[in-house]
Design a protein around this ligand. Structure first.
Ligand code: GRF
Length: 201
């Protein structure tokens, strides 16, 4: 069974969607640990409710970002994690963690990459005036929201949308494609060649 390590900073609704997919038997995986960089993250409550080990790692307790990420990597290795899942982890992951889990870190982004990278992606999409928005699950490399794309889902943008209404519509699909992407990984069906991810039948 694939052991997952989840990193989250806040609400953790994507974390919950993974918990639920496992609970319903739709995803053959185990969440070995939740790591947060915020001791008030609601994700911690979700971990407690489901008996998932959780660790808060205080980013200000480290001399450099590299040492912080080294310590996260050490914790994940200690928990015997195979796949790292970023679920609303509000930081740019650095080399020590990426090198420890090459093409074994996934992220979800609330936009159709490569459009609208970085923060406030839904707001960026509205301000740009696109008619189609969406979400993307991708492997993490050293760039910001640049790694190989695994799955995407599109949603319409309506003329009366606010940042909140669009975010909510996108989130519904995030909760579907994240567990699906993780499932593809656990089934050994994701092959990365260059910047492309080939999904085996
Ligand atoms: C989601 O919109 C996700 O795409 C982005 O951060 C948000 C996290 O939400 N990376 P949650 O904490 O999973 O509810």
């Amino acid at each position: 069974m694939t052991k997952l390590g989840v990193l989250a900073s806040g609400r953790g609704s994507n974390f919950q969607s993974i918990i639920d997919a496992i609970g319903s038997g739709g995803l053959d995986a185990e969440i070995a640990c939740l790591i947060t960089d915020n001791d008030e993250a609601y994700a911690i409550e979700r971990a407690k409710q489901h008996g998932i080990p959780h660790v808060y790692i205080n980013p200000s307790g480290f001399e450099t970002k590299d040492v912080f990420y080294r310590s996260i990597a050490d914790e994940l290795k200690f928990c015997d994690v195979e796949l790292v899942v970023l679920a609303g982890f509000m930081r740019v992951v650095k080399k020590p963690l990426i090198d420890a889990f090459p093409m074994r870190i996934m992220n979800i982004h609330p936009a159709l990459l490569p459009s609208f990278k970085g923060l406030h992606a839904q707001r960026q999409a509205l301000e740009y005036g696109v008619k189609i928005a969406g979400c993307t699950v991708h492997f993490v490399d050293e760039g910001v929201d640049t790694g190989p794309i695994i799955l995407q889902e599109a949603v319409p943008v309506f003329s009366d949308d606010t940042e909140e209404s669009l975010s909510e519509r996108i989130l519904e699909y995030e909760h579907q494609i994240y567990p699906r992407a993780i499932k593809l990984y656990t089934e050994g069906r994701l092959m990365v060649t260059g910047n492309r991810v080939i999904v085996a039948d």
